[in-house]
Structures are given as C-alpha cells and as structure tokens.
Ligand binder design. Structure first.
Ligand code: PGA
Length: 253
C-alpha cells in the first residue's frame, strides 16, 4: 500500500488527477472504475480542466461506476448515474455508450449484478478503480460485515451511511435503503486502486483501512492486501495515522 499525504482537499484532488490522467495517457483505452460522493468531485473537475486545456482524450476510455440506488432511474437527479453525467460524463469526450452504471431499476437485481460483472470482464477488467471511503470504512456500498468474495450485488445501506447521505436529499426518509454495488472482489480484481479521503470525519476510517487488522468489519482494510493500492489523504483525514509516516509526502508499506 502507498499513501500520499496531501495538504487539503485541493491538493488531494490534484494528486488524484495526476494518477488518473497518467493512466489515460499511458493507456488511451483504459477501463476506469469510478465513484460518486463529495470526495471525487474535485478530481472530476480537474479531469475536465485537463480535457479543456491540454486535450486529455477520453474517447477510448470505458467507465464502470461502483454503485447505484435501487429504484432510481438515471434521469432522477438524486441517482448516481445523474451525478456522473453532471460531474464528468457530459463534460468530457467520453462516449456515452462506454459509460456504465449498475441499473438500479432492474427487476432482477441478481441478474443485473451478473450482467454488470460480465460487462466488466468483457471490457478486459478495470485498470484503475477510484474509491471514496465511508465513515464506517465502507468502499462502494460494501458496508461492515460484507463478504469479501462478493461481486456486484444488492446491499442494504447501514444506518450511518443513510445518515451521511441524507445531505443529498430533502429528508432522511427519502434516502433509499437499498443499492446495487460492485463487491469487494470486483475492487480487488482491479489492477490499480486509488482511494481518496478528505476531512476529519474520515480519520477513523482511514486508520482502519491502513493500520487496522484486515477484517470485514472495516471493508477498506482489505486494500492492505491489494498489490497496487494508493490512498491519498488530506491532513485532516490523516490525523490518526502514525506521525512517522507523514514525514515525507509518500509512505509505502
Ligand atoms: P463522500 O462519500 O465522498 O460523500 O464522503 C464517500 C463514501 O461514502 O464512499
């Protein structure tokens, strides 16, 4: 695992954009795994900037998002598909037929999970998976006590996640209770993983991910076993990590 210590949210987003754009420059046909939430918005803004200023070319790129709420169509402004169109898909030259999000409207979610996994496989697997992290150390919607071997499947959101996501809805009751999410196995199969964390409310989760024992109780801790995982943390999210690790900008273990 590799940690990059960024100063703040801006710095974290710049570092992340370097890694994602570097991936696209090196392999124009890259398959990216993408995440929603507040954390990657700065990364997406910088990728849009790179597209506009230096012509970062997304025309060969394929994307697979981690998750979607059950029962939400891509036209619903609260859906993750809509979020992605707004923050990235509509702002760069990604081909719309190369951008995939699990279908939360599918009648048979088990079948939808299998279909999504098969599409990822047919695309050649994920080259670089971008992740945020929940306060409970979830990645995607893989909540504590998840099975590490899970592929894309229906999940019930934790109460903590429902409370955290209520800020995107008019009322907490409106937050969907179920989602369809790539599983931990999908994430572990990605060739590279890039997890972003910003703000004091993520400090415990980052500590569990990087320093805690590998356990389904802290789903992100599995990344300690990934062969190419990078975590970019800002100072607030790094608060619980050992001071000795933070002496330089990078720390590898
Ligand atoms: P956030 O969500 O980026 O909105 O904090 C991250 C997550 O829950 O995975």
């Amino acid at each position: 695992m590799r940690l990059i210590f960024a100063e703040d949210y801006e710095d974290m987003s710049c570092e992340a954009a370097k890694i994602v754009s570097g991936q696209i420059y090196l392999k124009p046909q890259s398959v990216l795994g993408l995440a929603t939430g507040s954390t990657p918005v700065g990364l997406y803004d910088r990728l849009v900037q790179l597209y506009q200023t230096v012509g970062l070319d997304f025309s060969g790129v394929t994307t697979f998002n981690l998750d979607e709420y059950v029962g939400m169509s891509s036209e619903n402004p609260e859906s993750y598909h809509y979020f992605m169109k707004k923050h990235l898909f509509s702002r760069v030259n990604l081909r719309p037929d190369h951008c995939f999000v699990p279908n939360g409207m599918a009648e048979d979610l088990e079948e939808e999970g299998r279909r999504y996994d098969a599409m990822i496989e047919a695309a050649g697997g994920i080259d670089l998976q971008v992740l945020g992290i929940g306060r409970n150390a979830h990645i995607g919607f893989n909540e504590p006590d998840i099975k590490f071997e899970a592929m894309t499947h229906e999940v019930r959101l934790d109460d903590e996640t429902i409370r955290a996501n209520a800020r995107f809805f008019a009322r907490e009751e409106d937050v969907p209770r179920y989602a369809i999410s790539m599983g931990i196995r999908n994430i572990m199969l990605a060739r590279r993983v890039l997890l972003l964390a910003s703000g004091p409310e993520k400090a415990e989760a980052v500590y569990a991910a990087a320093c805690g024992s590998v356990s389904p109780k802290a789903p992100a801790s599995i990344l300690q076993l990934h062969r190419d995982a990078t975590i970019i943390v800002d100072a607030a999210a790094a608060a619980r990590l050992p001071e000795a690790w933070k002496e330089k900008r990078f720390y590898n273990f």
